[in-house]
Design a protein around this ligand. Structure first.
Ligand code: B12
Ligand code: SF4
Ligand code: SF4
Length: 375
C-alpha cells in the first residue's frame, strides 16, 4: 500500500479539513486518530445482553467494530462530522388521529443523501491536497462506533440517554465520518460529562428503555419498535406506550436541557414537510404499495416498509384516534398484510374500550369480532 506524502504538514492539513467541512455543510468537525475505540467493550457487553434485538447486522460485524481499519484498511485519521437538523418545534399536543414523526425524518431529503454529498465534497478537498490518498465516507452503515469516535474527536459527551451531546448544538446532530490514510493532527477528546444529577431523559422514557444510565435496551425503544422491527408485530405490552409516535421517538431528547437553546439548522433539506409535521395516521392507511413507494421513496420513512409504517399508523390510531378513524381501521382489516390487519384489530379493540384486544389475527373471525363490538 503506498503511503501518501502530502506537501503540507498534518497540522496544516487538519486546518484545511476543518475549514472545508463547514463549506461542505457540516456544523461540527473534529479529528480522531484511527484506534481501537474505548467503547468497544461496552458495545460487546450490550450485544451480549441482547439489547440489539433483531438488528442482527450489529452482531454479525461485531469484530469489525474493534478497529476502523476494517472499514478502510490503511486508515490513519477519522474525521468526525456533525450536521445540525433542528428545525421548528412540533406542537405539544396533537389532535386525534395525528401522529408524530421523529424530527430527523421531517425533511424533503433523507439525511443519508445530504450527508453523502457533504462527505464527497470534503473527500475531494483531501484528494486535492494529498493526491493518491484514500478516503471512505461513513454514515450509519459501516461498522464504526460513530458516537465513540465523535467523543474521541472532541465533538461532545455521551448523555445518559446515550446521545452524543455537543455543548453548543445539543444532540439534534447527525454524525458522519470521513476515514483517510492521511495523517492529520487529532483534536483533544471530550473528557468531561455535563449531565450532572439530571435524570430527565431516563424519567421521561415511556417504555422504560434505559436499564441504567448510558445504556439503552433497544428492544424497548420506540425508535427500534417503529423503524427497525419491520416484519413482526410490536409486542402488545409496549403498544400503548408508543402513544402517538408513528416513526421514531424524540422524547429523551425533547426533555434534555442541552437541547433547549440549540440553534436552528440552516439547511433547507431538513425543513419539515407539512404532511409529516404531524402526520395524518388514517390517511396513511389508504396508501397501497405503489402510493407508498411514490410518497416515501426518498424518505427515511421507507425503512420499515409499507407493512411496518401502516402497522404503526394503526397503533397510533388505537392510542390517539377517535370514532372518525374507525372506517379507515375497519378497511385495514382487509389489508393483504397480516401485520397491518393485526394492528388494525388491536386498534379497533382499543378504541372500543377493550384493553385485551386480540394480538394475532387478521383472519375473518377476528374481523367479525371487531366489527361486532363496534356496531
Ligand atoms: C443501532 C442504532 C440505533 C438503535 C440503538 C440505539 C442505541 N442507543 O444503541 C436504535 C434503533 C434504538 C436507535 C435509535 C435512535 N437513533 Co440510532 N443509531 C444506531 C447506530 C446504527 C449504531 C449505534 C450502536 O452501535 N449502538 C450500540 C450502543 C452500545 O452504542 P452507543 O449507543 O453508540 O454507545 C456508545 C456509548 O454510549 C458508550 N457507552 C456504552 N455503554 C456505556 C456505559 C457508560 C457508563 C458510558 C459512560 C458510556 C457507555 O460506548 C458505546 C459504544 O461507542 C448508530 C450509527 C453508528 N454506526 O454508530 C445510530 C445513531 C446512534 N442513531 C442516531 C439517532 C439520531 C437515533 C435516534 C435519535 C432516532 C430517532 N429519533 O428515533 C434514536 C435515539 C434513541 C437513543 N436514545 O439512542 C444518531 C445519533 C446522533 C447523536 N447525536 O448521538 C446515530 C449516530 C446515527 C447518525 N449517523 O447520526 N439507533
Ligand atoms: S427514543 Fe423514546 S423510547 Fe427510545 S429511549 Fe428515548 S424516550 Fe425511550
Ligand atoms: S436529559 Fe439530563 S441526563 Fe439526560 S442526557 Fe440530557 S442532561 Fe443528560
Amino acid at each position: 500500500m503506498t503511503t501518501p506524502d502530502p506537501a503540507l504538514s498534518p497540522e496544516e492539513l487538519a486546518d484545511i479539513v476543518r475549514e472545508a467541512s463547514h463549506a461542505a455543510g457540516f456544523d461540527r468537525v473534529g479529528i480522531a486518530p484511527a484506534v481501537h475505540p474505548d467503547g468497544f467493550e461496552s458495545f460487546t457487553a450490550w450485544l451480549e445482553r441482547g439489547f440489539a434485538g433483531e438488528m442482527r447486522y450489529l452482531e454479525r460485524r461485531r469484530n469489525a467494530y474493534g478497529h476502523p481499519q476494517h472499514v478502510l484498511e490503511s486508515v490513519r485519521s477519522v474525521i468526525m462530522l456533525g450536521m445540525n437538523y433542528r428545525t421548528a418545534d412540533p406542537p405539544d399536543v396533537l389532535a386525534p388521529g395525528q401522529a408524530r414523526v421523529s424530527r430527523y425524518a421531517w425533511g424533503s431529503q433523507d439525511y443519508h443523501t445530504v450527508i453523502r454529498e457533504g462527505l464527497n465534497q470534503l473527500a475531494d478537498v483531501l484528494h486535492q491536497q494529498a493526491p493518491g490518498c484514500r478516503t471512505r465516507g461513513v454514515v450509519d452503515t459501516a461498522p464504526l462506533l460513530e458516537r465513540d469516535f465523535a467523543r474521541l474527536a472532541g465533538l461532545g459527551w455521551f448523555g445518559k440517554n446515550t446521545m452524543l451531546i455537543n455543548k453548543r448544538q445539543g444532540s439534534w446532530l447527525f454524525l458522519a465520518a470521513l476515514l483517510t490514510d492521511v495523517t492529520l493532527t487529532p483534536d483533544a477528546p471530550h473528557a468531561t460529562s455535563h449531565c450532572g444529577t439530571c435524570t430527565r431523559c431516563l424519567d421521561a422514557c415511556p417504555t422504560n428503555a434505559f436499564p441504567e444510565p448510558y445504556v439503552l435496551d433497544a428492544t424497548k425503544c420506540i425508535s427500534y419498535l417503529t423503524i427497525e422491527l419491520r416484519d413482526r408485530p410490536i409486542p402488545e405490552s409496549l403498544r400503548a406506550a408508543c402513544g402517538d409516535w408513528l416513526f421514531g421517538c424524540d422524547i429523551c431528547q425533547d426533555v434534555c436541557p442541552w437541547n433547549r437553546k440549540a440553534p436552528l439548522s440552516t439547511s433547507t433539506s431538513f425543513e419539515p414537510l407539512p404532511d409529516l409535521h404531524p402526520a395524518d395516521a388514517a390517511a396513511l392507511l389508504s396508501l397501497d404499495e405503489a402510493a407508498f413507494e411514490a410518497r416515501f421513496a426518498n424518505s427515511p420513512l421507507a425503512r420499515p416498509g409499507r407493512a411496518g409504517l401502516l402497522r404503526n399508523a394503526c397503533i397510533v390510531l388505537g392510542n390517539n384516534g377517535d370514532a372518525n378513524c374507525v372506517p379507515a381501521l375497519t378497511k385495514a382489516l382487509d389489508d393483504p398484510e397480516p401485520l397491518i390487519r393485526t394492528a388494525a384489530a388491536w386498534a379497533l379493540g382499543r378504541l372500543n374500550g377493550d384493553e385485551t384486544a386480540p394480538v394475532s389475527g387478521g383472519d375473518s373471525d377476528l374481523r367479525e369480532e371487531s366489527s361486532r363490538k363496534l356496531a
